[in-house]
Design a protein around this ligand. Sequence first.
Ligand code: SAM
Length: 305
Amino acid sequence: MLTLSDGIRKIIMKLFLFFIILWGFSIDTFGASATKEGDSLRRRSPVSRAVADADGMPKEEGHTVYDESGCCGQCSRKSQDCCYQILANTCWGCIISQFEPGRIQAMNLLDLREGEQALFVGEGAGHDFAHLPEGIDLGRVHAFDFSSEMVKHAKIKAREVGIPEDNVFKGDTQRLPFEERRFDKIFFPLSLASIPNPQLAIAEAERVLNPGGRIVVFEKLLDEGVEVSCGKWFCNLFTSCIFADVTRNLPEMIGETPLKIMDYRSVRDLRGCASCFEGSYRLAMLGRSEDHPDLVSKRAVLEEE
Ligand SMILES: C[S@@+](CC[C@H](N)C(=O)[O-])C[C@H]1O[C@@H](n2cnc3c(N)ncnc32)[C@H](O)[C@@H]1O
């Protein structure tokens, strides 16, 4: 009995060390290469950056900004992608259905209207499609995800609701295959915390946002000024390798972009296990300061509700 529990203890210790090493390398190798690419993205002209055809549709699938030459860099990206590939074909629908109320609240905030172009970033298996408002032009809705398995499921859901299948594709939000000022509404549904370089993802979203457009984020976020607790830091060692970073906050991700926070609120009525983490989830609406001079820039803190 003693030998068995010793053995289990050793396995847990080894797993723990493995995840710490993987996590360390993921930040080191991934973060560095993504930032490098971010710099080169900014140097390129808008035209050379876009790899879209005349209709703005991506020509090629599955490109990535990462210089995945390092073995550990490849390992890290693949470990998270692998988790999502497995989840997509197993219990993803069941897990994510508990977030449905938050999704509906986010779609209300997005306020997608007739004639508007919409982009769903890190859309996963297409669970937002069922909540699109009636009367919009579904041909103007585009969605993508880094995980090819998620994309397969999203394409099926797209077909069911009437979104052209080609509008749903595999891609990397850190290098959007669209020209500047292309979308009126951009939505990050539970994806910003899973993207290795969220600053670059937000900068790219701002680049393709139409004047007057808005970006909506539904995510687990730390409010401004909140320190990362020891428990959260420890938990993040594991979660960031597997599915998401749980220590991100919006002002840091917005960085130097010309975006401001126009709305910031809590999410209500999540179901099942998700309700236990409800306090961590936020809905935020961003827009360019120059496009909304009348709206006061908000802090990423909850107001009395
Ligand atoms: C927590 S899941 C949420 C999926 C989906 N939005 C939903 O609500 O069901 C995060 C998603 O972000 C995707 N993702 C991670 N990094 C990405 C990237 N660089 N570009 C696009 N999608 C990415 C993952 O593949 C995964 O499907």
